[in-house]
Design a protein around this ligand. Structure first.
Ligand code: SF4
Length: 350
């Protein structure tokens, strides 16, 4: 019973020496052994065959699951995207998605918060409001659950529920853990942080000079329209956002991405293209064009093929570098901006 009281919620996020202390192990190498089993995403202590049997049994009864969270729902659509519903230790629910591209590269799309306070009007998560921040181990555990489905998952994007910059410290802690060359060893260049444009977060990321990729959700380069679509623009308007991006570029010296969610009849005409071209002047960016992913409760429409073609012709004329993203995960509401769980399902009382 003594061990039961001392068990942490999760061993994920801990370094080998911290595991050693948390489990009260006497031999230093055992901390490393447990750490390595965690990285292999085993289900329980029973599988840690290089630990003495008595220890395995003792820990397994005190901590039957190695994760504090459980997968309560799994759905796969025709694009091969798999969305997991994950129940956290306090009953709150988050979602994460496994995306597979044409080259069979597997990317884990992780959430950083339960819900989100940013209220972007094109995003289902924005309708939930913020319920709470995730702790680093809860972010890491999403990756573990996806790795159990696809052990070759090699990339991570923070494009699930939540604004990563609003939970900066825990996100960076999770990234540091997932990057550990003795652990999951996910290269920093294989990790993307996506933000709605929270300037202090962009500047902090620049200060850290961590070579992760940055993606900024722009949606429109018209300041008034952006405030209507993305309330974050009130606090961090476009001219200040551009200054922050120039600073980021100066310090980090890396190309970043501007996510441009295309909304029918809103941001896909000639003037929108010109404003976008003006905004990116001086920035080393790739614009990622994403047709809005439909959500019945939201007031927008997806542009048709012709509308998108006409917009990209304008961008070509203006010399705007862009890619057109094919939406994966739509069939499970797991595409960009589609993640949301029923508020009723979150019983956090927080
Ligand atoms: S797009 Fe991102 S920042 Fe905006 S409401 Fe959705 S989850 Fe939050």
């Amino acid at each position: 019973m003594e061990e039961l009281k001392k068990m942490p919620k999760s061993l994920y996020g801990m370094k080998p020496n911290e595991i050693l202390g948390a489990l009260g192990l006497s031999r230093a190498y055992q901390g490393k052994q447990v750490y390595q089993w965690l990285v292999r995403c085993v289900a329980g202590f029973e599988e840690m065959t290089d630990l003495p049997k008595a220890l395995r049994e003792e820990f397994a009864s005190a901590m039957p699951s190695l994760t504090s969270s459980n997968v309560i729902d799994e759905q796969t659509d025709s694009s091969g995207a798999t969305k997991l519903g994950i129940e956290l230790h306090d009953g709150a629910i988050v979602e994460c998605v496994l995306l597979t591209d044409k080259e069979n590269r597997k990317t884990a799309c992780l959430s950083s918060q339960v819900g989100c306070a940013m209220g972007c009007t094109f995003c289902r998560t924005g309708t939930m409001g913020l319920i709470r921040n995730l702790q680093a181990f809860e972010i890491i555990e999403q990756f573990v659950h996806l790795r159990r489905i696809a052990p070759d998952t090699s990339h991570i994007v923070f494009m699930g529920m939540g604004e990563p910059m609003a939970n900066f410290a825990e996100v960076i802690q999770a990234i540091t853990y997932l990057h550990d060359p003795d652990g999951f060893d996910i290269g920093l260049r294989r990790i993307t942080i996506s933000t709605s444009g929270v300037i202090p977060g962009i500047l902090k990321l620049a200060e850290l000079n961590l070579p992760v990729k940055l993606a900024v959700s722009l949606v429109t380069a018209d300041n008034r329209q952006r405030t209507e679509i993305m309330p974050v623009n009130k606090a961090y308007p476009l001219d200040e956002l551009k200054k922050a991006l120039l600073r980021y570029q100066h310090v980090v010296g890396k190309r970043f991405t501007l996510e441009y969610v295309m909304l029918h009849d809103q941001n896909t005409d000639g003037p929108s293209a010109k404003k976008l071209a003006n905004f990116i002047r001086g920035l080393d960016v790739m614009v990622n064009l994403i047709p809005w992913n439909p959500a019945a409760e939201l007031p927008w429409e997806t542009p048709g093929r012709r509308e998108i073609d006409s917009f990209t012709r304008e961008l070509d004329l203006l010399g705007v570098p862009y890619t057109r993203r094919f939406s994966r995960g739509r069939g499970v509401n797991g595409a960009c901006g589609q993640l949301a769980v029923e508020l009723k399902a979150c019983d956090t009382n927080l």
